[in-house]
Every structure is written in C-alpha cells, then in structure tokens.
Design a protein around this ligand. Structure first.
Ligand code: PLP
Ligand code: COI
Length: 339
C-alpha cells in the first residue's frame, strides 16, 4: 500500500485491496465473497447498460480514538437500496447480505480506514445492477451486487467553509413522480450537465427547485438542503428528493438539542429569511451555504453574512461527527462497531 496523506485526501477513487460481490441467479443471492479484481465483465445487452437498471448507496466508516472502526447507519442504507430495487424492478437484496458484504469489505481493507483526527473517512460504495441480456424494455433476470471502499476527504473543497450554490431554472434533476426518491444512477446522469455548469460558474452545487411549479426548494445536486431560523431546523418535503440518512439523523439531533424541526414546502423566497443553511449528505456531511444565486431571475440570497459557518450548523456538525467517531456514546444505536 502506498503511503497516503490522510489529511489531504480528496473525494476520489483510491484502489484498495478487496471488494466484495454477491450474484443473483435463479431467484437466489449468493454468499458475498471477496475479490481483488477491479473489473466487471458482463453481457453487452445487460439491462444496466441499456435501460439504466442500476442503483447505488454511499455510507462511511470511521476510526475512533480507541482504534475501533465504526460504520454509520448501515441498516438504513440497506433499506434504501431495497427501495431503489423496487423502484426500477431489480431483485431486492436482503438486508443481511448487504450488511455482511459491507462489514467484510471494511474489515478486509481495514488499513485503509483513515486514522482518528485526520478528518478523512472510508467511503463505502455498494452498487447493484442488472446483468442479463434484454433488448425489449424489460427487467433483468440476473443481478450483481458489489461493495467497494475507498478512503476519502471532504466532498466540497474547503470542507466546512461555506460555499455558494446556484438555482438553474432550465434544468430538473428528477420528475415530481419519477425516480428522485431512490438512488439510481440515472438521476445522477440527469444532473451532470447542470452540475458541470454550476462548477464552471464557481458554485459548489445546483440547488434544484421543484420540477412542477419551480417555486419550492427541492435539494442540492448530491445532498439535501436545510435552513435554520428562529431556532428551527427546516428541510424540504418533496416527492422528488432522496430521503437523506444524514438529514434524518440531523433532524433527530436538532430535536434533542432543543430546536424545532419542520419538514415542509419551502418557497424559494424564504431563503432570504434563513440565518443559516447547508447541504447535508454522507459525502457532504454538512456543507454550509454562503449564498444562493438564482441566475435567470437575477436574485441573490446571502445566507452567511460573515463568510463563516453559523453556530447551529457548527453544533450539529460537531455532534454528528462525535457520534460517528465514537467520541460520544451512541445513544441512538446508529453505529456498528467492528470487532
Ligand atoms: N440527495 C442526493 C441526491 C444524494 O445523492 C445524497 C447522497 O447520498 C443525499 C441527498 C444525501 O443522502 P445521505 O445522507 O443518505 O447520504
Ligand atoms: C453520498 O453522499 O454518498 C453520495 O452519494 C453523494 C455523491 C457522491 C453521489
């Protein structure tokens, strides 16, 4: 293993030793087994290549002060993958196989889990896709599930420093009753052009509006949105956003910190009333928002007046990290500690 500069990792792919795979054939999933191969071979008419039968997950493992490795909310990701499978007619992967494969992949690559204090973590990427040939638009009869891991640093450059986001009204990420609530590759393909445009213009992400009325906040490219005002944590309710496990965790933490929590429609104009706002997700953790520009409407909403993260976002971030790293007792039972 090459020597890694743990404190300066970016969010990218670094080869690790093993990945773990399970195959679905004749109605059954095989026991997850490790391989050192980074390659996948499949039929050229596989449904994942033609009709987008592919879903993925993202979760993280952390090394604590005690040297133990902790995986955050693995079961929630297993359940969301099942929802994704149902959404695009793929064979559902049992929770037990998901958990066994994730634990195996982390354990076999344990020396890639970044050390405590580095700010980095081990990103776990489960993927599931259809591999049998079809030419008509039909679901596959065979599937492959792979879990690979890779050590990562912050998703957004600057980590916890507020960044600007942009509303680009000519793009939608997902349809109101489409696949926005599940984690399928097609949603990300649909977000590439707008995401690229945002990056070229100097923004960290696109803040999507609801696709129907273009009035309400939906979510950021790879993360949910939250705003804070009057001691209240407010996050969008929508039929086209991914139910973020980080956001769900923060809603719980916010409640227990004495904040009110509201999951509801948020008009774009309400942005002008937020004292703080952020993007939340596994990769993003909490990434505070500096300002939101609505380019076509020529509107600008300044969120962070001094360019720094707000006090409530900082408290939420610290609390979440403390649970993930094992600095605080896991009173919610969110963490799987590896032996
Ligand atoms: N929204 C989208 C579109 C995402 O890709 C992600 C990342 O997984 C999230 C939200 C955040 O979800 P989670 O906190 O479960 O990682
Ligand atoms: C995650 O937060 O796990 C994501 O999937 C975001 C992005 C890297 C797609």
């Amino acid at each position: 293993m090459e020597k890694l500069d743990w404190a300066n990792l970016s969010f990218g792919y670094i080869k690790t030793d093993y990945n773990v795979r399970s195959y679905y054939k004749e109605g059954k999933w095989s026991k997850p087994r490790e391989t050192t191969s980074e390659e996948v071979t499949m039929h050229m008419a596989s449904t994942c290549l033609h009709y987008g039968q592919e879903a993925f997950e993202g979760l993280k493992a952390f090394k604590g002060k005690d040297g133990k490795v902790r995986i955050f909310r693995m079961r929630e990701n297993a359940l969301r993958l099942i929802a994704s499978c149902q959404g695009i007619m793929m064979a559902e992967l049992p929770v037990e196989i998901f958990e066994e494969a994730v634990i195996k992949a982390v354990k076999l690559n344990e020396h890639f889990v970044p050390p405590y204090g580095s700010g980095a973590s081990l990103y776990i990427r489960p993927i599931l896709f259809g591999t049998s040939p079809q030419v008509g638009v039909k679901p596959s009869t065979e599937y492959q599930f792979i879990v690979f891991v890779t050590p990562v640093g912050p998703y957004f450059k600057g980590g916890f420093k507020p960044t600007p986001v942009v509303i680009l009204r000519s793009y939608d990420r997902a349809a109101p009753l489409g696949t926005g609530t599940i984690k399928v590759g097609g949603n990300y393909a649909a977000s590439l052009v707008a995401g690229n445009k945002a990056h070229e213009l100097g923004y960290s992400a696109v803040l999507y509006l609801d696709a129907k009325e273009k009035k309400y906040l939906d979510e950021c490219g790879p993360a949910n949105f939250f705003g804070i005002k009057n001691n209240t944590y407010i996050t969008p309710k929508s039929t086209s956003i991914l139910p973020s496990i980080t956001n769900k965790s923060l809603m719980q933490i916010a409640k227990d910190m004495g904040l009110k929590v509201e999951q509801r429609l948020i008009l774009e104009e309400e942005l002008s009333t937020f004292e703080e706002a952020g993007q939340v997700g596994t990769a993003a953790v909490i990434s505070p928002i500096l300002r939101v520009d609505d380019l076509e409407e020529n509107k600008q909403y300044i969120i962070s007046k001094n360019g720094e993260a707000g006090s409530i976002s900082t408290k939420l971030y610290n609390k979440l990290r403390a649970i993930q790293l094992g600095d605080e007792p896991d009173k919610y039972n969110w963490v799987t500690v590896l032996d």
